[in-house]
Design a protein around this ligand. Structure first.
Ligand code: ATP
Ligand code: FE
Length: 335
């Protein structure tokens, strides 16, 4: 069966076509407009989605080599995300499903980041249930116990900033452009991770905290810049490597604790920060060191994309879990 997925929760407009659990196309239009503001401007995002959505959907269908009439369901992101952005995808999905007279399927974006692991790929082994998913993105940092496709329990999450936010805000302090995560990752690979030491937050149990780290980095940079105005420029790679080392350390500590508490050693990661080279290496090492079996998504399924929305649509389609046409975009949708 052919399913069209639509994603518009933040600043990427994306459409994907699936045939069963295989991807035929996955088109992403990233909005450049936010770069000059150093962060996503909700009103501009909503407007950009409006101008992107028709061409992006057309392109996804064209790449997949199918026509609208062959579609059997439309899956869309209901939430969580920015209300103005979600509304564009939601209304578009509803009108298309209504016009074609096919089922409409609402999808939780965070379930999408996790269930992207069930997209069929050559040589990729899907995680067996139960597994632990660590979702690390621009708006979330969660450890989720995944008992089944739609039976998920959040067993730990951030009490303040998300890890992607920690990357982006640290980057802003260093004068890097938005989003800074990929740039810090690049620079970190050329630096010494032990050049500077930042203390890890003390948070009980499986919860995370990243706002203290951001403040520590701000004070550190302010102090060092007083002594040497060119401090950041002269030591950028070392600073980035040290930040990355600290963040990966925080993530791995919590994962180790989650494994200890649940006894589950199948570990999947998802969300934009799962593109990070440091976390990918740390997980591969954990396979050797602790005997974990890790699942790392293909690069194109890490940051926001509609393929992950379409796969959830497919899994719901199999259960005939369709939505009513009065379903509403929900900015703070929970897993
Ligand atoms: P959410 O999924 O929580 O609603 P979002 O959809 O905005 O948030 P994603 O698109 O999943 O977030 O991820 C974007 C985040 O990933 C940004 O904060 C970006 O800096 C970060 N990111 C992307 N690539 C990397 C990388 N290589 N290293 C570190 N961070 C990265
Ligand atoms: Fe996301």
């Amino acid at each position: 069966i052919y399913i069209l997925g639509i994603e518009s929760s933040c600043d990427d407009t994306s459409a994907a076509v699936l045939c069963n659990d295989s991807i035929l196309s996955n088109v992403v239009a990233s909005q450049k407009i936010h770069e000059e503001y150093g962060g996503v401007v909700p009103e501009l995002a909503s407007r950009a989605h409006q101008s992107n959505i028709v061409p992006v959907v057309d392109q996804a269908l064209e790449k997949a080599g199918i026509s609208k009439k062959q579609l059997q369901a439309i899956a869309f992101t209901r939430g969580p995300g920015l209300m103005g952005s979600l509304l564009v995808g939601t209304s578009f999905a509803k009108s298309l499903a209504y016009g074609l007279d096919i089922p409409l399927i609402d999808v939780n974006h965070m379930q999408g980041h996790i269930l992207a692991h069930f997209i069929e790929e050559d040589g990729y082994t899907k995680p067996p249930f139960p597994f632990l998913a660590m979702t690390i993105s621009g708006g979330h940092t969660q450890i989720v116990k995944v008992n089944n496709y739609f039976d998920m329990e959040v067993i730990g999450e951030t009490i303040d900033d998300a890890v992607g936010e920690a990357y982006d805000k640290s980057g802003k302090i260093l004068g890097l452009g938005y989003p800074a995560g990929p740039q810090i990752d690049q620079l970190a690979q050329k630096g010494n991770p032990k050049a500077y030491k930042f203390t890890k937050p003390k948070v009980e149990g499986l919860n995370f905290s990243f706002s203290g780290l951001k403040t520590a980095i701000l004070y550190f940079v302010q102090r060092e810049t007083k002594a040497n105005p060119d401090f950041v420029k002269d030591n950028l790679a070392d600073i980035c490597a040290s930040i990355q080392y600290t963040i990966i350390g925080i993530l791995m500590d919590k994962l180790k604790l989650a494994v200890k508490e649940t006894g589950i050693t199948h570990i999947a990661i998802g969300g934009g920060v799962s593109a990070n080279s440091g976390i990918r290496i740390a997980l591969k090492n954990a396979e050797q060191k602790f005997g974990w079996i890790t699942y790392i998504p293909k690069f194109e399924y890490t940051t926001d994309n509609a393929a992950m929305i379409a796969i959830v649509g497919y899994l719901k389609y199999l259960e005939k879990d369709f939505s009513d046409f009065d379903v509403m975009a929900t900015a703070r949708l929970k897993i």
